[in-house]
Design a protein around this ligand. Sequence first.
Ligand SMILES: NC(=O)c1ccc[n+]([C@@H]2O[C@H](COP(=O)([O-])OP(=O)(O)OC[C@H]3O[C@@H](n4cnc5c(N)ncnc54)[C@H](O)[C@@H]3O)[C@@H](O)[C@H]2O)c1
Length: 367
Amino acid sequence: MNTNKISIKTSTKNYSIIIGRDLIGKIDKILKANSLKFDKCLIVTDKNIPNKFKRLLYKKLKTNKIFKIEITASEKNKNYRTIEKIHTVLFENRFNREDCVISFGGGIIGDIVGFASSTFKRGMKFVNIPSTLLSQVDSSIGGKTGVNNKFGKNLIGSFYQPDLVISDMNILASLPEREIICGYAEIFKSSIIDNFNNFLYLDKNLKKILKLKSPFIERSIIKSCNLKKKVVEKDENEKNYRKVLNLGHTFAHSYESTLGFSKKLNHGEAVILGIKNAVEFSFKRRILSKQKFNIILDHINKIEMKPKIEKLFKKKHVSKIMNYMRSDKKNNSNNINLILIKDFGKIIVDFQISPSNLKKYISSSLK
Ligand SMILES: NC(=O)c1ccc[n+]([C@@H]2O[C@H](COP(=O)([O-])OP(=O)(O)OC[C@H]3O[C@@H](n4cnc5c(N)ncnc54)[C@H](O)[C@@H]3O)[C@@H](O)[C@H]2O)c1
């Protein structure tokens, strides 16, 4: 497969996403081709990335001085302490704005490193090498960075676009199956936001995509990146349209929070459950046709996700789920803002519902 390049234009930065195979070994050439030069570089890696890729990156990067930090990717470590750790290395080694930080990891490492680079001397060079399917199709693009605190997830952050994103599909081979489904959740979400044809492609090739088979996985990644490009270029700071990307996420975040971010339900699995809710709610409110409702539901069943909503949540969880839904960042009144589906490619971003009506719906969907 050839290398693909997607160019993103935002008000603060124009940058490229390079998608292909064997890209880590060509890092130096790719940086040069994208006019990225720096003297010092800090590489922040995820502990779970196979060592052969890390060694290859260190060997092929022909920068004067390379510093390294390895992090265990967990929501617990996505906090100020880790930012402080990164900043300390940068200050101790006299980095300046023209030097670079490279994130080599999934969405957690990317969000942390993006935030650290945006706040170091008000912004330094930042290259993202996403190592999970989710980060290749979603979190590495669009400039949302951030960390968690005791009040919730991703509540401290910035919009800071990277200088370059390098998505090497070879890195995905070591991902556990559940992490592949996690990334697939965002690919599936993108297809609903984008158009029916993209969805049909996923529906037809689902098993091959989940097994990371070529050219199905490449095509799916590229389609998702293009959708994200379209959305981000239209509404970089999520004033309105970018909210489409939160399809399924209001429910998902509440489920994850209710379970205390337990391993029983990971983010992507929660997103799939959330999309199911959004689709079902849209159908019940006669916004979505029965035919399209059934098509989407069938697809969700084909994913054969292990965690089942009826096993995870009971009626006793409704109040907790509701509390998290009420504190969602997207709400701007006492009502709750839901993202609903009219059709493929037709998303409603500001459907307001009172907490009491939403509570009735959630109660009815649980045993
Ligand atoms: N900035 C955004 O726009 C945006 C969008 C979506 C999600 N996010 C954030 O992304 C995070 C989730 O990202 P994620 O799903 O990539 O999770 P993650 O970074 O936690 O990675 C998932 C797991 O895979 C492991 N891993 C990473 N690369 C690997 C590899 N190549 N081989 C084997 N294991 C590997 C990690 O160690 C971790 O255990 C969340 O914190 C979420 O808030 C951000």
